[in-house]
Design a protein around this ligand. Structure first.
Ligand SMILES: Cc1cc2nc3c(=O)[nH]c(=O)nc-3n(C[C@H](O)[C@H](O)[C@H](O)COP(=O)(O)O)c2cc1C
Length: 312
């Protein structure tokens, strides 16, 4: 019997399980290739340092004034110096997590600082530290978590710290028990042992702008979304509307892959929305996040509605 062909006596349930198994088998090489494709080994551990600036009291402090510029050079870091950061640095990181902009103000969020012994799972990037997001499981909470934690990803990169989203690993049971909220995702961080930044846009492996939007005249807001990181680099976002009203959608996962991809894709679209918001702020515009019934009822084929951004 040829692989992929079932005897006719098999029930519908067995047939679905069979197809699911084949899909997973097909995905394994893709998953492994994607995760490790971007690891660069050039650049030693002493090439990058935390870039401190002085605050008004003359103390050294990290900055977040160039998050927009950082969009054009950030990359995932998977090789770390495992020496932990000192307490003041970690305190500053954690203080920053309390000042993040949210997509939805009514969703309770908790960000915990974890170390390597607190996390486990497939394809874990070994780092000295991890941020773990826990959230109330309300409508939009995964996208909200992506939107918020991407501000940390850029903050780290701006300050000479490497970071990498971790879609598969999880905190240990002991850590999970300590929160009443639902665990969403991890962000590994630490001193990078590989080149921290890309040197040009051509180093980003991304879809062309025309594949993620049909809006004309808003490239300055949507090019940053194009460059956003996403799980498996899937980039499953699409933007319609016009330069003043941008509707965000995400590709609907197929029945067979939804259980693996749904969560991380919702997080990923929040990351792209964060980049649009940062770009708008950079160009002196405000963004109002709203839900638009008409946009919700008329998604592009194969997509589902996420949120609308009113650019003012
Ligand atoms: C939600 C999410 C989950 C991710 N999960 C993993 C992961 O488990 N392991 C990993 O090595 N990279 C992970 N990544 C990183 C992506 O593979 C990476 O962002 C993408 O390939 C683009 O590369 P870049 O971040 O260097 O631009 C994840 C990214 C996102 C946004």
């Amino acid at each position: 019997m040829m692989a992929g062909h079932l005897p006719p006596i098999c029930s519908k349930r067995i047939r679905i399980l069979w197809q699911l198994g084949l899909t997973l088998l097909c995905l394994i090489p893709f998953v492994v290739k994607d995760i490790f494709a971007d690891v660069t080994t050039n650049g030693g551990s002493n090439r990058s340092q935390i870039l401190f600036v002085e605050n008004t009291q003359g103390n050294e402090t990290m900055k977040d004034t160039n998050l927009y510029e950082t969009i054009f050079k950030r990359k995932s870091i998977r090789q770390y110096d495992l020496t932990p950061f000192d307490e003041p640095t970690l305190a500053e990181v954690m203080a920053h997590t309390t000042a993040l902009k949210r997509l939805y103000d009514d969703i309770k969020i908790e960000v915990k600082l974890l170390s390597q012994k607190d996390v486990k799972g497939l394809f874990l990037a070994k780092a000295p530290h991890y941020l773990a997001v826990f959230s109330e499981a309300k409508d939009g909470y995964l996208t909200n978590a992506g939107f918020m934690l991407q501000q940390m990803d850029l903050f780290f990169s701006e300050n000479g710290i490497g970071s990498c989203w971790q879609g598969m690993p999880k905190p240990t049971k002991e850590i999970l028990k300590k929160s009443k909220l639902e665990f969403v995702i991890l962000l590994a961080f630490g001193k990078p042992k590989e080149r921290l930044h890309r040197e040009s846009i051509s180093e980003f492996k991304r879809k062309p702008l025309g594949e993620i939007t049909d809006i004309k005249g808003a490239d300055e807001l949507l090019e940053p979304a194009r460059l956003a990181p996403s799980a498996m680099n899937w980039q499953q976002w699409f933007f319609t509307g016009d330069a003043g009203t941008i509707h965000a959608y995400r590709a609907k996962p197929s029945f067979l892959t939804a259980f693996m991809t749904d969560k991380v894709n919702k997080v990923s679209v929040g990351i792209a929305i964060c980049h649009v918001w940062l770009a708008a702020k950079h160009f002196g515009k405000e963004v109002e996040f709203i839900s638009d019934q008409e946009a919700q009822n008329n998604p592009p084929s194969g997509h589902e509605y996420v949120i609308t951004m009113k650019i003012k």
